[in-house]
Design a protein around this ligand. Structure first.
Ligand SMILES: C[S@@+](CC[C@H](N)C(=O)[O-])C[C@H]1O[C@@H](n2cnc3c(N)ncnc32)[C@H](O)[C@@H]1O
Length: 283
């Protein structure tokens, strides 16, 4: 995707008639996300938290900066999207990852996005892609309900949300601290664990999940294999949220059901052996 002009096009296209429609509850997200430029003239997406109550954020928190485009592209490359892929994406943001995914022309590309402000750009964008569909709402709600994803089994998932103040208490875990804010002294359960668990019922065996991960997350989720490597990122000095020169590239692969059952059987057998040797179980 080209830099500034591509986003100019997205903004210009807002008035275009849209071929796709948004599913979900249009009044779900009350926090304001504003597209702007930073002091270097680069695109940024800012959360106006002036009326919100997020203790670890100041007002006008930066959600996304243009330097992340390269990182998004590296993540999508690692995800290995193919023309036969059914892709689920969380959070359209500036569309960097969405554009990188579309470059591979996947069969389906379903994007869950909760912000009205973002949807103003994302809906006309999706109408111009083939196989792209916006679903409005918090992933926490959409993934929990059976109807909005039309029983599609996804084999590629891209996760990049941002904790937003929820208007009505929906998306309760969206109020958890962002991974970038986690330190050893704040060992809160990462949203990543919640997300992977919520996503698993919608995934095909062998499916892969990746997404924004600042530091390695301890992903204690049954039924997946986790591989985390890093890639170099070029973070400008005006970035307020990313103090590192490396970011994680996590690949979370859904184990085939047979393998999951085999591991469960082995665990049960081992458990029984231990119980037997302790004399707690009849032979
Ligand atoms: C960091 S941006 C995503 C950036 C995107 N990957 C890109 O390349 O431009 C986060 C996006 O997730 C959306 N979002 C935040 N929390 C969400 C949630 N719980 N469910 C769905 N979308 C969410 C925000 O509105 C925002 O558009």
């Amino acid at each position: 995707m080209a830099d500034g002009e591509q986003h100019g096009k997205l903004a210009d296209a807002d008035g275009e008639p849209t071929k796709c429609h948004v599913e979900g509850n249009p009044a779900q997200c009350s926090s304001r996300l504003v597209y702007s430029t930073d002091d270097k003239g680069k695109e940024i997406l800012v959360l106006d938290t002036a009326n919100g109550s997020m203790p670890y954020m100041g007002s006008n928190t930066v959600v996304m900066m243009e330097w992340e485009k390269e990182y998004m592209q590296a993540l999508v490359q690692a995800l290995r999207v193919e023309t036969s892929s059914n892709v689920l994406e969380i959070g359209w943001g500036c569309g960097y990852s969405a554009n990188a995914i579309q470059a591979h022309k996947p069969q389906q590309h379903v994007i869950i996005e909760c912000s009205d402000d973002v949807l103003q750009r994302a809906v006309p964008w999706a109408a111009r892609q083939s196989g792209a569909r916006m679903v409005q709402g918090f992933w926490q709600d959409v993934l929990a309900s059976q109807d909005k994803l039309s029983n599609v089994k996804f084999d590629r998932v891209f996760f990049d949300d941002f904790p937003l103040p929820a208007a009505d208490g929906a998306a309760s875990s969206a109020a958890a601290a962002p991974d970038s804010a986690l330190t050893e002294s704040t060992p809160a359960r990462s949203r990543w664990c919640d997300f992977v668990e919520a996503c698993l019922p919608h995934m095909a065996e062998g499916g892969i999940i990746t997404g924004y991960m600042a530091r390695p997350v301890d992903l204690e989720v049954a039924g997946v294999d986790v591989q985390i490597s890093t890639c170099a990122v070029h973070v400008p000095d005006n970035c307020p949220y990313f103090p590192y020169d490396q970011a994680c590239v996590a690949l979370i692969t859904v184990r085939p059901a047979a393998q999951v059952h085999a591991v469960a059987r082995k665990k049960r057998k081992l458990h029984n052996l231990v119980q037997q040797s302790l004399g707690l179980l009849d032979e």
